[in-house]
Design a protein. Sequence first.
Length: 244
Amino acid sequence: MLAECVLLACVAFFGLPVPAVAAPPASDEFTTSGGPLRIFFIGHGSLRFEYDGKEIYVDPFGQVGDYGTMPPADLVLLTHEHGDHLDPESIAKIAGPETAIVLTGPCLEKLGRGTVMENGQQTTAAGIPVAAVPAYNIKHMRSPGTPFHPKGRGNGYVLTFGDLRVYVAGDTENIPEMANLKNIDIAFLPMNLPYTMTPEMAADAAQMFKPKVLYPYHYGETDPARLVTLLKDSGIDVRVRELR
């Protein structure tokens, strides 16, 4: 703090330009039976959860956050192997030898370390219960018959923080398996076209499992206000944050 005051005094005295300081990611805080859960919205598909003295990261991506300034990770979750979700350089900045990494088989092939979870499997990593759920395309295709995200290759994750359940969908569409999700308090659903969902598809997905709070994320150029309008009478609290 003293060094900061001295710097500002020098800036004022000598008429120097004020140095740019990167603002920390915005965050929301939730109450759980195990203490507060703080969610940091790093950007794109990248999230950070702070809970019970632990730091949990999802899909670290260096183009949307400076991971060299962030706390060391206790747990890193990777949804799939695409470069904007699996960024080895960013992972190296937060993950040490003791960091738990949960990922898919294709992610393991690229990263070379971690514990693979298949769709439907459950585990506890860094003290956090984690369930891997399907994430895939039905409609949007890279070429005829070749979806952007094939079934069985990627994961969404349901994380349990005390009595609070958080669903991070990964890159997916409104797939039938979402109807099996139960007691979801907070959900993150993607809307980056053409790779995942339109607002209408995301609204349909949300209606399947009725989260209490819904964040559209990884939404690219898609207007998240459209999702707010579609769900305005649903009882779902749709919160828009800067998660392009």
